[in-house]
Ligand binder design. Structure first.
Ligand SMILES: Nc1ncnc2c1ncn2[C@@H]1O[C@H](COP(=O)(O)OP(=O)(O)OP(=O)(O)O)[C@@H](O)[C@H]1O
Ligand SMILES: [Mg+2]
Length: 395
């Protein structure tokens, strides 16, 4: 590698090497006039006139302004006709440096990273730009520890067939979507790459490993292995979301990268579960306010949590009765009685339902039982008398 320390690229003099990548070396640069620092990426290969035009066009368009995209300060053609790019210096290193390969990250960390990255990528996609090289090496930490995505669209111009075949680029192949391998990248290819990164954060290993040929083959033909096999603490909801973003066919993935991120965040941090008591209370509030459907849904949840919840059956029965769905009301009251055979209220309520159904015989029987259990319920006495009169009248 040529030692470029001291060389000048644009208005920047290179002071030290920061790192090397698949298609360029990154140096710390100092502005020759105002002495500010920046990172200068010098591409390895001289570009053919065609590629050069692509580079200039591409860099012009990748001067994206977003809080999670590394700001580009300048670009041009420097010493030995080498193209270069001046970026804001990221003082807190790369994500890969902070979390070396094999590190599993807690859900809360994954959520903050994915939200930032998806926001940057969605912003680019909305402008019809594809990153093409989403991977932990291209995620930097900015001055406030915010994530900066770097090398936007650079792969399109700088990844010559030559550099793509080098071992250096294996990092990139680990994350590459099948259609991008087949030279048809699209926004959904970034979603796939981000899903590989998330897979790695959750499992400690990417879905596919191996040499270049093995990686290409697996991306194109082999379904991504279950995440839960690597880490049994991962929920099936999270697994489903990641595997969908890793679908071979881009159309089967999420419609947008933001959609993927949202689904992942929801699956990683599910809405806190309510208790059966809370569901019951919610059902009661809905019923009193006349929102019967919502009330029934809330009671359903209470019953789902506890299939022996007598009061939830009783209150759901009452809601059905308010809706004049008497058969359903009867079923619920009967279940409430089975669970709590000493409930005068449940017998009384079922008696009243029979009354509405003009089944006065059963109504009288239930009112009787209710009064046996609790003679103080004088209200049931008049109900019973009324049912009795109706029964007589029927005969
Ligand atoms: N803006 C920056 N600020 C500080 N350090 C940077 C910056 N950009 C890159 N680096 C450093 O330079 C290293 C090399 O970056 P480079 O983009 O060339 O390689 P890479 O991301 O590993 O692979 P690829 O060539 O596929 O992008 C990074 O790992 C990082 O340590
Ligand atoms: Mg890079």
């Amino acid at each position: 590698m040529a030692d470029r320390i001291g060389q000048r690229f644009g208005d920047y003099r290179l002071t030290r090497l920061l790192g090397q990548g698949g298609f360029g070396d990154v140096y710390m640069g100092e502005h020759v006039y105002n002495h500010t620092s920046a990172a200068v990426k010098v591409l390895k290969t001289q570009l053919t006139p065609d590629k050069l035009k692509d580079f200039i066009n591409e860099v012009r368009t990748i001067r994206l302004r977003h809080p999670n995209i590394v700001p580009i300060l300048d670009f041009g053609i420097g010493e030995e006709d080498l193209p270069f790019l001046v970026m804001e210096y990221a003082p807190n290193g790369t994500l890969l440096y902070r979390h070396p390969r094999g590190t599993r990250l807690p859900p809360a960390t994954i959520i903050t990273y994915v939200e930032q990255l998806a926001s940057a990528l969605q912003y680019a996609h909305d402008q019809r730009l594809i990153h093409r090289d989403v991977k932990p090496e291209n995620m930097l930490f900015g001055p406030n520890n915010e994530l900066w995505l770097s090398d936007f669209g650079l792969a399109a111009v700088a990844h010559s067939t030559h550099s793509m075949r080098t071992q250096d680029a294996i990092g990139t192949w680990t994350y590459m979507a099948p259609e991008q391998i087949q030279k048809k990248p699209r926004p959904a290819s970034d979603q796939y790459a981000l899903a590989v990164v998330v897979y790695e954060w959750l499992c400690g290993t990417p879905p596919f490993t191996g040499d270049l040929m093995q990686l290409m083959y697996q991306h194109i033909y082999v379904p991504a292995p279950s995440l839960r096999e690597h880490n049994s603490t991962i929920s099936s909801a999270v697994e489903q979301v990641v595997l969908r973003a890793l679908e071979k066919e881009p159309q089967k993935r999420f419609g947008t990268i933001q959609g993927f991120a949202q689904a992942l965040v929801n699956a990683l941090a599910p809405v806190p579960q309510k208790t059966k008591e809370q569901w019951l209370k919610e059902g009661d509030d809905h019923r009193i306010a006349g929102r019967y459907k919502e009330a029934i849904a809330a009671y359903d949840c209470a019953i789902q949590l506890d299939s022996n919840h007598a009061l939830a059956y009783y209150n759901r029965g009452t809601t059905y009765r308010d809706l004049k769905e008497y058969q359903k009301a009867l079923a619920d009251y009967t279940r409430a009685i089975d669970l709590n055979p000493n409930s005068a209220l449940a017998y009384g309520a079922r008696g009243r339902t029979y009354y509405y159904l003009k089944d006065y015989q059963r109504a009288v029987k239930d009112f009787d039982r209710s009064l046996e259990l609790d003679s103080s319920q004088t209200w049931f006495t008049s109900q019973k008398d009324d049912a009795y009169r109706q029964l007589k009248g029927q005969k």
